[in-house]
Design a protein around this ligand. Structure first.
Ligand code: GUN
Ligand code: ZN
Length: 438
């Protein structure tokens, strides 16, 4: 088996820097190495020792670039790539004005395949190696996304978005067809290569109780699948949920009462939570996903990251494109930092990097498999140039430790900061060059 040895500064984690002292759980080596055998990481250690122990390995020396696990985007909408950065609306108007007309196009499998490929390539250009995506109501949109990800050998999570009310005619399924289509798709894709299926009711305003019941039953029958949806994103949305479900104790209860609350549940946004909701999410071990660029762009509110981490919730980080305004997890970390500041909390660079890698992987129940620079994990790796622009370089030159050197890239970096990407032990550039038309 070919051995690859990547040399540079290495950053990994032995624990969660949001709940432990970050200094106790960071694994940083300024002269580190990552050994890859086949598609997995087989060792992480000091460059010199790894070179001596594996003289036959092919060496790629990244100098003082930072070798990290690839970024894991825990919630996004690939069908919204074409309407990212659309002006002037908040959630419900934004859905009706921009999102639904675009999503209606995804019954066309050629269009779906083109946008799926474009989205995955954009994500890769920003160092993201795993996407967790909502698709549209069309099964074609799910096939297109999983096929495009398989083509790139990327670990992904996705599912057919289900809506049987409060959506345009051409974007509505039914309780029965949502169940049948989701079941056929999960049987086809869940566990096929690097694909994971998430049962996907969009949010409770667009599903009838009958549809939520059907999807709850489907999840009970296929409990290894994830379930993804939206929760408590905007105040007018929450008021609407109260009107639609007058008997529910709170927004989370509109999922819980239909069997849609569980450890493998992924709840996007979760900004305006009540105490009962926080307690129940923690009790069942569900995950909430922080979507900071979306929360500011659509005007949703300030996610309480440290409060929810203290309450023991699993938390992942996500772009939420196209409600989110960037494909970049660096920009997403920067927005998380800025929201922290508005709440009086300065998130440490190690906490931001953990959220974008291990935190999101843990939320997806893929901890140890992706998002980690650790023996046994898949070799999905992102190498960051910490001096990628003159503005960043003049700042990082003055840094006296790795955090001071890394933070300018988190705050100001873009795709130019992505020096290299490895997917399942293969250098992405080599793979895409070998697949390019001759
Ligand atoms: N709530 C329901 N659907 C959506 C969506 O597509 N984006 C966001 N940000 N929130 C939602
Ligand atoms: Zn979303």
């Amino acid at each position: 088996m070919t051995k690859q040895l990547l040399l540079g500064q290495t950053l990994g984690f032995s624990g969660n820097p949001l709940t432990s002292d970050w200094a106790d759980v960071v694994e940083f080596d300024s002269a580190g190495g990552v050994l890859i055998e086949g598609d997995r990481i087989s060792a992480v250690g000091h460059a010199g020792a790894l070179r001596v122990a594996h003289p036959e390995a092919k060496v790629t020396d990244y100098g003082d670039a930072l070798i990290s696990a690839g970024f894991v985007d825990a919630h996004m909408h690939y069908p919204q790539t074409g309407i990212i950065a659309s002006w002037g609306k908040q959630l419900i108007d934004w859905l009706n004005t921009y999102t639904f007309p675009e999503e209606a196009r995804f019954g066309d499998e050629t269009y779906a395949a083109e946008v799926a490929g474009r989205t995955l390539d954009l994500a890769l250009s920003y160092g993201t190696t795993t996407l967790t995506s909502f698709c549209t109501i069309h099964p074609e949109s799910v096939d297109a996304f999983f096929a495009a990800a398989a083509d790139r050998n990327m670990e992904v999570v996705a599912g057919k978005t289900c809506m049987d009310r409060n959506a345009p005619d051409d974007l509505r399924d039914t309780a029965q067809s949502a169940y049948d289509d989701s079941k056929a798709l999960l049987q086809k894709w869940h566990g096929a290569g690097r694909a994971h299926y998430a049962i996907t009711p969009r949010f409770s305003p667009t599903s009838t109780p009958e549809q939520l019941t059907a999807l709850g039953a489907l999840w009970a029958e296929h409990s290894t699948c994830l379930m993804q949806t939206h929760l408590s994103e905007q105040l007018p949305e929450i008021a609407w949920v109260k009107e639609l479900f007058p008997d529910a104790r709170d927004y989370l209860d509109t999922y819980e009462r239909f069997g849609l609350l569980g450890a493998k549940g992924l709840y996007g946004h979760a900004i305006h939570l009540e105490d009962r909701e926080i307690a129940r999410l923690a009790e069942v071990g569900a995950a909430v996903l922080h979507c900071p660029t979306s929360n500011t762009f659509i005007g949703s509110g300030l996610f309480d990251l440290t409060g929810l981490a203290r309450a023991d919730l699993n938390i992942g980080l996500a772009t939420d494109t196209g409600g989110g305004s960037s494909f970049s997890m660096l920009r997403t970390m920067a927005a998380a930092y800025e929201i922290g500041q508005l709440r009086g909390i300065a998130l440490h660079p190690s906490q931001l990097m953990w959220l974008a890698t291990e935190g999101s992987a843990q939320a997806l129940h893929l901890r140890g498999e992706i998002g980690a620079l650790r023996p046994g994990a898949m070799a999905d790796i992102t190498v960051l140039d910490l001096s990628s622009t003159s503005a960043i370089a003049q700042r990082s030159r003055k840094a006296d430790d790795i955090w001071d050197a890394l933070f300018p890239t988190i705050m100001m970096g873009d795709d130019r900061a992505i020096r290299d990407i490895w997917i399942a032990g293969e250098r992405w550039r080599d793979r895409s060059a070998s697949k390019a038309p001759q």
